[in-house]
Design a protein around this ligand. Structure first.
Ligand code: ZN
Length: 150
């Protein structure tokens, strides 16, 4: 096990204190509620799609530092991405935090999101880190309006 303090790097603390894109989105095409009962994290993700691109994305909710920072950094990363790129980032991120890289790339595309790599040493935190991403996947595939990690 790594040191828990290593998990809460400055960039994660910054995003958890001042989440970016933390607002409801008017004219959202997709809205997905995510819930992680294990930790009590709740996130509502709003996505506006245009020509196969994430034109705008935002979230609201309440949860632990990891879930909030993950949602905040995800929205920053995804604005302007095509749905295809977004789905690839989902795979990369999921591989990163579960310690099972499954994406086609080597994780470089993740950029700042790489700070979440420490999460894989704390299985209980993996669901916190992936909650917003599961909501994203549901939003982009037009599937469920709500997702739960359990
Ligand atoms: Zn959590």
């Amino acid at each position: 096990m790594g040191d828990l303090r290593d998990l809460y790097q400055e960039v994660i603390l910054d995003h958890s204190r001042k989440p970016r894109n933390f607002r409801p989105l008017e004219r959202a095409d997709r809205r997905v509620e995510g819930f992680n009962p294990l930790c009590g994290d709740r996130v509502t993700l709003f996505v506006r799609l245009e020509n196969g691109e994430v034109r705008d994305i935002s979230f609201q909710g309440s949860g632990c530092a990891i879930s909030t920072a993950s949602a905040s950094m995800m929205t920053e990363k995804l604005k302007g991405k095509t749905t295809q790129e977004a789905m690839r980032l989902f795979d990369e991120f999921h591989g990163l935090v579960t310690g099972k890289p499954g994406g086609v790339g080597n994780g470089e595309e993740l950029g700042k999101l790489a700070v979440f790599s420490g999460v894989c040493e704390f299985p209980i935190r993996v669901k916190c880190a992936t909650l917003a991403w599961h909501a994203l996947k549901a939003a982009l595939t037009g599937g469920a309006q709500s997702v739960s990690t359990e």
